[in-house]
Ligand binder design. Sequence first.
Ligand SMILES: Nc1ncnc2c1ncn2[C@@H]1O[C@H](COP(=O)(O)OP(=O)(O)OP(=O)(O)O)[C@@H](O)[C@H]1O
Ligand SMILES: [Mg+2]
Length: 507
Amino acid sequence: MAENDVVLRFEGASKRFPGVLALSDVAFDVRRGSVHALVGENGAGKSTLIKILTGVHRQSSGRVLYNGADLNFNNPHEALLAGITAIYQELNLVPTLTVAENVFLGHPPKASAGTVDWRAMRVMAGDLLKFLEVDIDPGALVRTLGVARKQVVEIAKALSMDARVIIMDEPTAAIPKKEIDTLFRIIRTLRERGVTIIYISHHLDEVFTIADAVTVLRDGRVVDTMPTAELDEAELIRLMVGRELTEQYPYHPAKPGAEALRVEGLARKGVLKNISFSLRAGEVVGVSGMVGSGRTELLRAIYGVDPVSSGSVYVGGAARRFAAPRDAIEAGIALLPEERKTGGLVLLLSVMDNIGLPSLKKLSTRGVMRDKDLTRTSERMRDLMNIKTPSLKQRVMNLSGGNQQKVVLGKWFARDPKVYLFDEPTRGIDVGAKVEIYNLMNRLKEEGAAILMVSSELPEILGMSDRVLVMREGEIAGELGRGELSQERVLKLAIGGESIGRKTAVD
Ligand SMILES: Nc1ncnc2c1ncn2[C@@H]1O[C@H](COP(=O)(O)OP(=O)(O)OP(=O)(O)O)[C@@H](O)[C@H]1O
Ligand SMILES: [Mg+2]
């Protein structure tokens, strides 16, 4: 590569955190105007690497060059002024501000008098969102948006700055297919204009679709940097995990037991309509549907997060009323929420305390936590989930995104619930760890737990479910048994092309 073509160069860069060598002697070049993917297992060092590029961290040793000069940012703002910006996998929006204010936070359009031109701001934000082909009101408060839409706002925000290097850390983790295509179209346009995209994703198909080159990280080291055209998926996985991965969806047929959960006529005004189904011990029931079809809302309503206008929930045959999640937890139900940062973890607390949190009662005697039991339980969860952390006392905020997700899972497994409500259980989780989570689901099934799994990953729904409920506009549009499952049938139901006679779960 001619020197002039190199926009970013890592030269023996390392990054050390207390007890962790997150990056070790990293060396590779990124070509100007290319889409360069970074892949690797959870904790491999991808986010750390981009945090160096954006001035969040500085390397402990080695050099990082941007346009041939040492990169020397003290904070993300300085990186931004130099033309480098990132969309992080943890959303960085201000929930109490509007969409437009978030998009132009830090660089608002100014009127001639030098004051912020609020009208222009809305119009420009509206244009960007139109460009992304999404129907989001620029005046809406960000906190009223679901995770998919928030990510779209993040993308619009990056687009609003005239960046030369745009880093996307799992940008498609939560956005629907249509918007992924839109994003890819935009990425290609940006590339034509000489913008460099650093693209991080656990979805290897995306890497092959959009990236020109890929750097594989494992345990903080560069395994290889190659043009994607010279690789295939199996080879890439092998480079990432250092072994062959045979079975991506290790489905075990269920031996359904007694009814674990039943929902009858559940409704929430404007969100959910007349939802009835049942879930038996030892079953994984997938919930599919488009973004906005009410999947997450269904889980929240069952769990007592949101009030319902009518309907009943039965656990183990007995009618239950959950005014709050506490009641649901007490009844043996666990929810793994979609947004782990706000819904699943206390980031300032340690791995151990997060795992112990929902099991406080179980792990204490007369209100006093038995430290040994807490340690033993969290060690067991760490090993079971393969959570990568230097110590159980590490604050969860210092773990990689995927490992945070595993802590959320671990904290519920520790409690031994009878019913699991999973919302996107493998989002942000690497290919190897996904299989571990599926194996865990199989084990939970065998132990008689019932699992309701919402997922936007159709292959995951098809691969791991015993039955699938497809939602559309707040209703269950149909139910498919394992034998009837196909991508086409699920999609048809989700978008309204077919209606399948559904025997009610209550008969
Ligand atoms: N601020 C920090 N303090 C201590 N350790 C950290 C910090 N940030 C990251 N680490 C550690 O550095 C390693 C690399 O983490 P990083 O977030 O870069 O991984 P990643 O490749 O982005 O993983 P994921 O796919 O899960 O997002 C991990 O072991 C993580 O626990
Ligand atoms: Mg990361």
